[in-house]
Write a protein that binds this ligand. Structure first.
Ligand SMILES: *[C@@H]1O[C@H](CO)[C@@H](O)[C@H](O)[C@H]1NC(C)=O
Ligand SMILES: *[C@@H]1O[C@H](CO)[C@@H](O)[C@H](O)[C@H]1NC(C)=O
Length: 395
């Protein structure tokens, strides 16, 4: 029964103290221009009338800051600054409140499942939190979902069924609206506790949240979209914070076909973005990938297609170096062999006539058969490899 939940909440209110302290907005922070939210996500899975499980996590934007240990019924703090500036006593009160709420919620849902026509197995999700913009609290939210679809929300001071959630959601909202104390607690948590907590963790985590890490940018070609076309890929990786602007350009002109992927997390808490452009192969020359990011201090990174940074060219360089090394190793082997065999072998034939040398040389199996060819390769190609390598280095 909802009455039980109510009693639990009232019990908390009598003992809990600091939930509704007056809120003082923090000082405006020019560095946080993007609106940032703190939210608590709850997923309740109801397998049958006697079995349910729960997952809870706390998030600052895209960063998980809190976890919930189901067994111990305790909040875990995933960052050194995840407690913000709340005292451990206040956190303990909040933790107890959540514990009561989670237990009560499960019991109430199981009791009302039949009346609300919730069919086992089902999943309920709640996302609740608040937003701040430029250092000021700018709103709060509570959304509920049933089986992955929007179901209801808490707006202003009332429960609203989501559009399209049907009469079932209306029924649930009507029942919830009868409980003024629940409303009051939700209101307090959303519009007083949450903004205060958010301001606190933003302040405590400032150095980590606002750290500036420059992106690395490189270009490559993706799988050819169709014959005669190229997929140019611009990789931007290792940057922080998340907002970034990446565009394929021809000179000053933004290429409208530019496709941006999702900004994905790297393991080291920086971000990765892949931006592609599908072009006719002949038109790729002259294109460049341009990157703007707060860490670059207005100095955009521009990487030209086919420029010194293409993966293809790097690979080519590697191939050249490896070939060169192999040739050098073989060359020195050849020297050793030839000196040790001087007494037996005829003089080294002219390097410019490998065929003739081969014909003249003794037809013994083994190294000697290859020696003339190697020296021919050495003389003909080594110089060429060296020159082209030199040219590459100079780029
Ligand atoms: C309820 O679901 C759980 C988990 O799937 C299962 O282990 C349990 O046997 C079920 N109980 C009943 C009464 O169906
Ligand atoms: C924590 O910081 C916020 C914002 O800076 C402030 O409003 C609040 O009074 C501080 N203390 C507590 C216990 O919330």
């Amino acid at each position: 029964m909802l009455l039980l939940l109510l009693l639990l909440f009232e019990g908390y209110l009598q003992h809990g103290t600091s939930l509704d302290a007056p809120q003082v907005p923090g000082p405006p922070d020019p560095a946080t221009e993007e609106p940032l939210s703190f939210r608590i996500l709850q997923t309740f899975s109801f397998a049958n009338s006697s079995w349910a499980s729960l997952q809870v996590s706390g998030w600052l934007g895209d960063l998980q800051t809190q976890g919930w240990d189901k067994v111990l019924g305790t909040m875990s703090f995933l960052r050194p600054w995840s407690q913000g500036n709340f005292s451990s006593e206040e956190l303990k009160n909040l933790q107890n409140l959540f514990l009561l709420y989670f237990h009560g919620f499960i019991i109430e849902v199981q009791a009302f499942a039949h009346q609300f026509q919730f069919e086992y197995p089902f999943e309920l999700q709640v996302s609740a939190g608040c937003t701040e913009h430029a250092g000021k609290a700018s709103g709060s939210f509570l959304n509920g979902a049933y089986q992955g679809s929007d179901f209801l929300s808490f707006q202003g001071n009332s429960w609203q069924p989501s559009p399209g959630a049907g009469s079932r959601a209306q029924k649930v909202c009507a029942v919830l609206s009868n409980y003024l104390d629940i409303k009051e607690i939700v209101q307090t948590l959303l519009s007083h506790t949450c903004p205060r907590f958010l301001a606190g963790i933003l302040e405590a985590g400032k150095s980590e949240l606002e750290r500036q890490v420059k992106p690395e940018v490189w270009v490559s070609s993706g799988p050819s979209p169709s014959p005669g076309r190229l997929l140019l890929v611009c990789h931007v990786s290792g940057f922080h914070p998340k907002p970034v602007w990446v565009m394929w350009m021809r000179g000053e002109q933004e290429q409208r076909g530019t496709q941006q992927g999702d900004v994905l997390p790297n393991a080291d808490e920086t971000w990765y973005l892949r931006v592609t452009l599908d072009v006719v192969a002949q038109e790729a020359a002259g294109l460049s990938c341009q990157v703007k990011h707060s860490s670059l201090g207005g100095q955009d990174i521009i990487i030209h297609w086919g420029g010194g940074n293409s993966v293809l060219l790097t690979l080519l360089c590697l191939v050249v170096i490896v070939t060169l090394l192999l040739l050098l190793v073989r060359h020195s082997c050849f020297k050793k062999h030839s000196s040790s065999r001087k007494a037996l072998a005829p003089p080294t034939p002219s390097p410019d006539s490998p065929i003739g040398a081969d014909a003249q040389g003794p037809r013994t199996p083994g190294h000697q058969l290859y020696m003339p060819q190697e020296s021919w390769i050495k003389n003909r190609f080594l110089e060429k490899w060296k020159t082209s390598l030199n040219q590459l280095w100079r780029h």
